[in-house]
Write a new protein. Structure first.
Length: 268
């Protein structure tokens, strides 16, 4: 049952800016809407509608901090067609209006910027890529040993043999801002030529990472992850002339250790 509700949770995340309903989710899964609500609450302790609202507002908070978009645009991007409804929902969750939240959080980042270690940042345009990943709802300590990720992940040793030497990747959905629903997609890169011929074991799925620009930082190990995230959040807007998009960063295995990739907004 949990794997089914994992699929439901991923669908809720991937449809944040749509007007699709829980009834649409139930139809997709072949259940009644009441069954989906009951089973989702059993798995996550919250209704699917409330879970989606939480993800929408967390996305909005990240965009308020890291992007230059106006509140109206952020509300639409996060699935709110009514600006007043967005403001009320945001205020209930964060106790301040969106504009005040942006001002407070950016001021706090500015205060922290000189207390952080320095990291070398390079901007890189990466092509479309794919990865075979599974979702984990566990603390981020699981990424401490990205090479050994398979030991703690159900079904990892059932992946096709052609992926044995593929580079590991972790997609960090609760960064660069803490979330009440921490979740990591972890797995391996997949060559484009193999992507459509893979039979993946449950609960793995194939995800597409579109061509995009990233701010990339080389790390010695995962102990530097938090500092690197904060460094980029504090300094990106001023020193590097780019804005983080607020989308999920990626941690990938590289020849020199680990590489942190934070999606940035394309220049207009």
């Amino acid at each position: 049952m949990f794997n089914e509700m994992m699929r439901a949770e991923i669908w809720l995340q991937e449809t944040l800016n749509s007007q699709l309903s829980i009834e649409d989710l139930a139809t997709r899964m072949g259940y009644s809407s009441s069954q989906v609500r009951r089973r989702f609450r059993q798995s996550f302790g919250i209704s699917p509608s409330a879970y989606r609202d939480m993800l929408r507002l967390e996305k909005a908070a990240r965009m308020l901090i890291h992007t230059p978009y106006g509140v109206h645009d952020i509300a639409r991007c996060c699935g709110y067609r009514n600006h007043s409804a967005f403001t009320r929902a945001f205020q209930r969750r964060y106790r301040v209006a969106p504009r005040e939240y942006r001002q407070n959080q950016r001021l706090e980042l500015y205060r922290q910027r000189h207390s952080l270690p320095h990291f070398s940042v390079r901007l890189q345009d990466l092509p479309l890529r794919r990865a075979a990943v599974t979702r984990l709802y566990q603390p981020p300590e699981l990424i401490d040993n990205l090479d050994g990720w398979k030991a703690n992940v159900e079904g990892a040793y059932d992946l096709p043999a052609r992926l044995n030497n593929a580079a590991p990747i972790a997609i960090l959905h609760d960064h660069p801002m803490a979330s009440e629903a921490p979740r990591i997609d972890i797995g391996v890169h997949v060559d484009e030529e193999h992507a459509h011929r893979l039979a993946l074991p449950l609960p793995f799925r194939l995800v597409m990472m579109p061509a995009q620009r990233y701010a990339c930082i080389d790390l010695v190990d995962s102990s530097q992850l938090g500092s690197a995230m904060m460094f980029m959040a504090c300094r990106s807007m001023s020193e590097h002339g780019v804005y983080l998009s607020g989308d999920a960063p990626q941690l990938v295995k590289s020849h020199n250790g680990l590489e942190l990739r934070l999606p940035v907004l394309e220049e207009e």
